[in-house]
Design a protein around this ligand. Structure first.
Ligand SMILES: O=P(O)(O)O[C@@H]1C[C@H](O)[C@@H](CO)O1
Ligand SMILES: Nc1nc2[nH]cnc2c(=O)[nH]1
Length: 954
């Protein structure tokens, strides 16, 4: 037994008072520390540790304050970021014997403190293997020592493999990218909740976890749901945590869709494609899948958890349910495999082929495109040497998987790197010195972490068996940190004498940052007879749970695997959940899970009446974000129907029914109505290419008011039908031309006519011309319209400067800003309190006065209804009560879009008619009257707008 093992044992046993079972694991370890022992000088003392540790912990504390449930992961990442950057100008290199001994000692100490039975480590630098090693006992039954070829299941790390596979498949497919809507890849309907998601969701959204849908992974582990049922029935009821693409929401169940996409792209199952395209190509020989062939793999390290302080083997059946989330979490691999992976990533798609024995004659494909041009002097050996580093995947293809979803705002103190992680290896951060890539994974009984310093071509991989949770995070982080510091010849700030203490501190901090468990204690008697709780409770997303009495016990059954006992607690109608048997024991029984507090089931009835039987049961541990409520009388959630009609965003004309249900205010709109930034930019550039002018002023002319366009000099006119993304005006009085030229010497772009929601355009489409103007460089927008006068003091022919608006249509869910927000246009939640620019309003009043318009120039509030009908009398009276002076059917969507995009807005209504506000009146509003008035007064309106343009300082 080595010195390190002896000290591990002596400290371990008495201090922790642990069961012998754990010691057995250590006794059986096959660690062979290097011959040379480390000198004291190699190891930093506690004094040095304090400063570094202090700064790390300070940052950690700050992170925890803002991070919430994902605190542990962030601690991990920050610690690595903090420590690996503190090595100035170090060079990667191989280890001396002394360093190997130092590293071994460190690892073994971590294993001792974190009670890790088996661990594998691999380090690479400059494409070379620096160190690969197994520690401890891989299989307690056979006492097999851990080696570099021992297989560990990697959990979420699988997502990195999946991303690279997809990058490769997409690169072979001309028309598809990570941003192609999934339905265009899979050719089938995708059922997801909320407007737009099903239409728009793409691989990037799922891989970077920004669909906003709650994680329902429990379905995969407990219910016999097959993929078809999941996709057809359950996913459409996944609870929404945030809006689509709003922020990072952990979700692995949607990887079932990714698997289907891989199948559609590659014509084979995901795992076969993965073997073929990734593992075989890289020579990752030991790979297995946790739910399929891992249990037959004799190199597999046995998964171990602790229960009441004793190590217990996790039954392989527990991983059966991983099938549904396989693409997110099912790959198992050895340290030697992961060395190859790290070399592949760090070298930009190459594989170290130096050990391979290929024959030029027998394996010509292997050398295709890699051989040096041959001349008489080239020997066969030289030719072969050229392919020592074989490019197995194109660099640009691989790089696709590293594209951030959204760039981190400059100078931002928000940890957007975490909440909007990069697509592939998840967490890329530009540290002071190195681009840093890291991904960790966990499954019951297994932990892993890979950390790559891309610029330094250095990487470390650690995997082990044992408990998960805060201590495991600390353990793997510290090992990777220490190894990288050593690799880069830095002075590790933690060493084997201090690491256990540091790990304790980190563990405590992480645990403290987690939500406090509800305090309840077990009771022998519930407040009501057990029969009262019995029944089938349903959730449309999660499926059914069955509550049955079994003798004196209450049981909860969920799917194939979920068998739980419900123990009454000190809180009324609240039960403590514990798995009683079977492979799911670890979900509620294992020490690490229990340390987070008891798992509870809350029964309730809708009247909150203790006299009535419970009708619902809420089970928080089924989800990490929204606790699902199962009900005896469930109400089927209203689904947002997806539009069947293919109505492409950039099609000329879109007829989309707007169905407003009074109860839900649900608008049925296809997200394809959104033009992307690139579509709009293309349109803007194409318009600008037709004119020498670069207008900063945009003007939209309302019904019958387009004659202003005739005052524009040196103009070109582009019919909307020639701008593919523009909606086309279909209403008399709206010409439908975009005019560019000068007005009063200023470059302007003028819309001779507009489109309206009532024409059948989704309101997002109305935003298109405004956003196009924005991308052309427009800074100030003039909007004019014809409106009905509500204010009794107004007369037909009055001009009303718009002071503010009331978005009546918005009350019913019609707003052009609904849908995913593209930050390049504006913020998600734009203020609207200053919609109509005060300076421009004052300028209009001043000029109006000078022009002698005072007697018919007003200032008031415009309200927008969708139309196309004019108002009923009661509606007019209501609008008046709301504070509206005039009403119309346009303008507001344009103003919202312009303000969202940071433009200044001036609005003016021509009062073309007076609304009918008496029940017995025989007067009727008509479009003819509107146009007629327009003719009479439009010259004044034109004069005022022209004068304003003249006076603007742009
Ligand atoms: O485009 P605007 O708002 O000027 O047109 C108004 C509203 C209807 O389109 C039409 C009704 O006459 O005039
Ligand atoms: N809603 C509405 N729009 C108009 N556009 C012009 N006149 C009117 C009107 O009276 N009501």
């Amino acid at each position: 037994m080595s010195e390190a093992q002896r000290s591990a044992q002596s400290i371990f046993a008495p201090a922790q008072g642990l069961a012998n079972d754990w010691l057995e694991f250590f006794n059986a370890r096959a660690v062979q520390p290097a011959a040379a022992a480390a000198t004291e000088d190699d190891v930093r003392g506690p004094g040095q540790l304090d400063n570094s540790l202090h700064s790390v912990l300070t940052i950690t504390t700050m992170t925890l304050a803002t991070s919430g449930a994902k605190g542990a992961a962030m601690v991990t990442l920050l610690l690595v970021a903090m420590t690996v950057v503190c090595v100035p100008g170090a060079q990667p290199r191989s280890f001396t014997q002394t360093e190997i001994a130092q590293l071994d000692r460190f690892v073994m100490e971590v294993m001792r403190c974190a009670r890790i039975p088996a661990l594998s480590l691999s380090l690479v630098s400059d494409d070379d293997v620096v160190y690969e090693k197994g520690y401890g006992t891989a299989n307690p039954t056979t006492r097999t020592p851990t080696t570099k070829d021992t297989v560990f299941c990697l959990g979420s790390f699988t997502q990195s493999f999946t991303s690279v596979l997809l990058a490769d498949l997409l690169s072979r497919n001309e028309n598809k990218t990570f941003e192609t809507p999934l339905r265009d890849i899979m050719g089938s309907r995708i059922h997801l909740p909320g407007h737009y998601r099903a239409d728009l969701v793409n691989l990037k959204d799922i891989l970077s976890m920004r669909t906003g849908l709650s994680n329902m992974d429990i379905i995969a582990t407990a219910v016999g749901v097959n993929r078809y049922r999941l996709m057809e029935q359950n996913l459409r009821f996944a609870p929404e945590v945030t809006s689509f693409r709003e922020s990072y929401v952990f979700n692995e169940i949607l990887f079932s869709l990714v698997e289907e996409a891989a199948r559609a792209l590659g014509g084979n199952t995901w795992y076969r494609l993965l073997r073929q395209h990734v593992f075989n190509r890289l020579g990752m020989e030991n790979v297995a899948f946790v739910h399929m062939d891992a249990k037959e793999n004799n190199k597999l390290a046995s998964p171990v958890h602790s229960l009441n302080g004793k190590p217990v083997q996790v039954p392989m059946d527990a991983y059966k349910g991983q099938e549904l989330v396989a693409a997110a979490s099912s790959v198992c691999a050895s340290a030697s495999d992961m060395t190859r992976w790290m070399q592949f990533i760090l070298s930009g798609g190459k594989k170290d082929d130096s050990q391979a024995k290929y024959s030029l004659t027998k394996d010509p494909e292997h050398f295709a495109g890699h051989l040096a041009p041959r001349d008489a002097s080239t020997t066969r050996r030289e030719e072969i040497m050229r392919v020592r580093r074989l490019q197995v995947m194109r660099r640009d293809v691989l790089q696709n998987t590293f594209q951030p979803v959204q760039p981190r705002p400059r100078g931002s103190t928000r940890l957007t790197g975490f909440s909007q992680p990069d697509i592939q290896v998840s967490y890329t951060r530009e540290s002071n010195r190195y681009a840093f890539v890291s991904q960790e994974g966990s499954l019951p009984g297994y932990e892993s972490l890979i950390t790559l310093l891309v610029d330094r071509k250095a990487g470390v991989f650690t995997a082990f068996t044992g408990d998960g949770g805060a201590r495991a995070y600390a353990a793997k982080t510290l090992i990777n940190t220490f190894a990288l510091d050593m690799l880069l010849q830095g002075n590790p700030w933690v060493d084997s004498t201090s690491v256990c203490h540091v790990m304790d501190t980190m563990t405590d901090m992480t645990r403290r940052s987690e939500p406090h468990p509800t305090r309840v204690s077990a009771m022998s008697e519930p407040i009501r007879p057990l029969e009262d709780y019995e029944g089938t409770y349903r959730h449309y997303g999660y499926g059914d749970v069955f509550i049955r009495r079994n003798g004196s016990e209450l049981h909860l059954e969920y799917g194939e695997l979920g068998r739980y006992i419900l123990t009454p607690s000190s809180r009324n109608d609240t039960f403590i959940i514990q798995a009683n048997s079977g492979p799911l024991w670890y979900t509620t029984n294992a020490d690490e899970y229990r340390s987070k507090g008891p798992y509870l089931a809350f029964f309730d009835n809708r009247y909150n009446d203790p006299e009535r039987r419970p009708e619902t049961v809420t089970i928080p541990f089924f989800s990490s974000d929204i606790a699902p409520v199962f009900s005896k009388h469930p109400v089927r959630p209203v689904e947002s129907e997806q539009e069947d009609v293919e109505c492409d965003a950039c099609a000329n004309f879109i007829s989309v029914p707007l169905i407003l249900t009074a109860a839900m205010s649900t608008m049925v709109v296809s997200l394809r109505n959104h033009c992307t930034y690139d579509d709009l930019k293309k349109a803007a550039d194409s318009i600008l290419s037709k004119t020498k002018y670069r207008p900063k002023i945009g003007i939209i002319c309302g019904s019958g008011l387009g004659h202003l366009g005739e005052l524009v000099e040196d103009r070109i006119a582009i019919p909307y039908k020639d701008i593919p993304i523009f909606p086309i005006s279909t209403v008399p009085g709206h010409e439908g031309k975009l005019i560019i030229g000068t007005l009063e010497g200023k470059a302007v772009v003028l819309m001779q006519g507009r489109s309206h929601t009532y024409e059948g355009y989704p309101t997002q489409k109305i935003a298109v011309p405004v956003r196009t103007m924005k991308l052309m460089g427009v800074e100030i927008l003039f909007v004019t319209n014809a409106a009905g006068g509500i204010n009794p003091g107004y007369a037909v022919g009055d001009l009303m400067i718009i002071k503010d608006h009331i978005n009546i249509a918005g009350f019913a869910g019609i707003n052009p800003l609904i849908g995913p927000n593209d930050d390049r246009f504006g913020v998600r939640f734009p203020p609207m309190s200053n919609a109509y620019d005060i300076e421009l309003r004052n300028l209009a009043k001043k000029l109006g006065k000078e022009m002698g318009f005072e007697s018919f120039l007003r200032e008031g509030v415009y309200s927008m209804l969708v139309g196309p009908n004019f108002e009923t009398v009661s509606e007019c009276l209501l609008l008046r009560k709301l504070g509206s002076d005039a009403t119309g059917m346009s303008t507001v969507p344009e103003v919202l879009t312009a303000k969202h995009a940071g433009m200044r807005v001036f609005g003016m209504s021509l009062i073309t008619n007076k609304v009918v506000s008496e029940y017995d009146s025989e007067v009727m509003a008509s479009h003819e009257e509107v146009l007629e008035t327009g003719k009479k007064r439009s010259e004044d309106l034109q004069a005022l707008v022209s004068a304003m343009v003249k006076n603007l300082k742009v």
